[in-house]
Write a new protein. Sequence first.
Length: 293
Amino acid sequence: MRIRRALLFMPGDDRRKIEKGAALGVDSIIMDLEDGVAFNNKPAARATIFAALREVSFGRSEKLIRINPASSEFYEDDINATVHAHPDGYVVPKVEHGRQVQEISSWLLTAEHKHDWEEGSIALLAIIETAMGVVNLREIASSDPRLTALIFGAEDLASSIGAIRTPDGWEVFYARSKVVMHAKAFGMQALDTPFVSLAEADNDHLIAETEQALYMGYDGKLAIHPKQVDVIQRVFTPTSEQIAQAKRLVEAHEQRQRGGTGVFALDGRMVDMPMVRAAEKVLARARAAGIAV
Ligand code: COA
Ligand code: MG
């Protein structure tokens, strides 16, 4: 699965931001057709994205498009107007039922056949951000093999359930936890909600919220401004100390295994299989980030 530490959003009708985002070296960029675009500008935004996919060099960044919800009048046109430029995937907001994912997936299959593209080469990422989406997580997570990630959306969820957002986010913690649990149960990535403050004074809060997502098992976090990208990608990239420690732990474990011992102490802490698996995950994250380990 490709690495998605930071996913930078920009309005799909803003060519300048698309070009700026494409030059940043961010893992994924998401050109938006939903809430970042005014109703009367959806057609222009579709055309802007189509042209950008043809003309802009995105480097190693994944090219994603957020369409309008499957319950809206816009999403079919969103796909029809952009799919023939072969984006890497679509982000589907406000997903509430597995059949919504299946329907979009079957359209993508038709486009893939038409162009002789590899089946499944256009990915789907679902945003869980309504009460119904959270309640139906199991059905959604198991709906279609094209689904590669679940994204947690805190702001829409709060409005869906009548919660009031607070700095600690306990009002959405159940859903944030449930999304990561379902993503991992069904072999997908989990991607965390964007941090919406752009104030310098809130930078430490952005770091803390991103670290908490990492600690919970999230693989990445959405971003809404270029200045958030490095902060987020850094948090999701293991440090050289963490890599060295993980290697030491795995090597010590292999040595003990050969000697017939399963559990042992290293630096005053017990080590057995769960810690070894966690260390292997750190090394896998490092490799995915392009670090030789
Ligand atoms: N992607 C790419 N470039 C961006 C960007 C983004 N998300 N946000 C800002 N930039 C660029 C601006 O174009 C500007 O570059 P320029 O001066 O060369 O034109 C530079 O970064 C600094 O931007 P700044 O002045 O700090 O922000 P702004 O006032 O222009 O825009 C927002 C603020 C919030 C409107 C903008 O960050 C944005 O559009 N974010 C994404 C919103 C979105 O897509 N929401 C839907 C999903 S939640
Ligand atoms: Mg939303």
